[in-house]
Design a protein around this ligand. Structure first.
Ligand code: NAD
Length: 263
């Protein structure tokens, strides 16, 4: 039985993880952390039956007392580094999907995981379809050298551009040599988007959206459009459950669900 703790259990993703973990025969929710809804049962808060796990603050004592095998973190950029480092320092494996951490924060988590040989999986996108979308975009970038990204999310999302858009831009850029990098006026004309790794990224935030991204490649007389839509947060759960099982076999950091999928 895999003992799972969830940080951000009162949030949109956290509630989904609570539901997903409770539905797996080989997993058990043993702790739920959040800064809001303290004392409320995590199952009831996620719209299910009571699970006998009250939401608590993510302190060292609470994490130590729960003895989880894995901590799943879907909190906020400013707290996930502290929570992740705490878990790793206690020997608790980490599955984190919190975005907006920045390169330095992610590097710090990776170092802690590698140094203490405690497994960790960080993925800015746990949707298997979205990971395939990025994979196909990186493949297309080998042959088409002009690209723009339009990412669309619900209006509650704090960071922009999304972690997925930044990673997609990075992966596209990695396939281009210097001569091929397009020159767009994105940095000087705001309406042309934000230039990331030589790729213009446009962020849309509207109620009604969940998580969507379109990568457009243009070349003479043709456009290739690669699009992925997460229509429900449940779309992230197969990837999260896969990561919970896989992290048990790791003794260091793995970044990106594509590595977990062997792409
Ligand atoms: P949310 O605001 O609905 O939930 C975040 C929860 O974390 C809130 O309940 C908040 O109270 C809690 N929280 C904040 N600071 C905390 C702390 N110090 N300790 C404990 N709990 C704390 O946000 P959300 O939509 O669930 O998204 C959470 C994160 O996951 C964001 O960074 C988002 O971009 C990211 N996300 C990642 C993926 C992915 O596939 N990797 C998918 C969707 C969202």
């Amino acid at each position: 039985m895999i003992r799972v703790a969830v940080a951000g259990a009162a949030g949109r993703m956290g509630r989904e993880v609570v539901r997903a973990v409770s539905g797996e025969a080989d997993m058990r929710l043993v702790a739920a952390f959040d800064v809001v809804s303290a004392g409320v049962d995590a199952g009831a808060h996620a719209g299910m039956r009571d699970l006998g796990v009250a939401i608590a603050h993510p302190t060292e004592e609470a994490l130590t007392a729960a003895v989880p095998d894995v901590l799943v973190d879907f909190t906020a950029a400013q707290s996930s580094l502290r929570i992740g480092l705490l878990a790793i320092s206690l020997g608790v494996r980490l599955v984190s999907g919190t975005t907006g951490l920045g390169d330095a924060g992610l590097a710090e988590l990776q170092r802690a995981s590698a140094d203490s040989r405690v497994g960790m999986i960080y993925a800015p996108n746990f949707s298997i379809g979205a990971v395939l979308m990025m994979h196909f975009a990186a493949l297309a970038a080998r042959y088409m050298h002009h690209a723009e990204i339009i990412e669309l999310h619900h209006d509650g999302k704090r960071d922009a551009p999304s972690g997925t858009a930044l990673l997609t831009a990075k992966r596209i850029r990695a396939t281009w040599d210097h001569e091929r990098v397009q020159t767009v006026s994105a940095n000087t004309v705001p309406a042309r988007g934000d230039l990331s790794e030589g790729v213009a990224v446009h962020s849309v935030r509207l109620p009604g959206l969940v998580a969507h991204q379109e990568v457009l490649f243009g070349s003479t007389g043709q456009i290739l459009s690669i699009r992925h839509d997460s229509l429900d947060r449940a779309s992230f759960m197969p990837g999260v459950l896969l990561a919970i099982r896989r992290v048990l076999t790791l003794d260091g950091p793995v970044i990106g669900l594509d590595s977990v999928l062997g792409l």
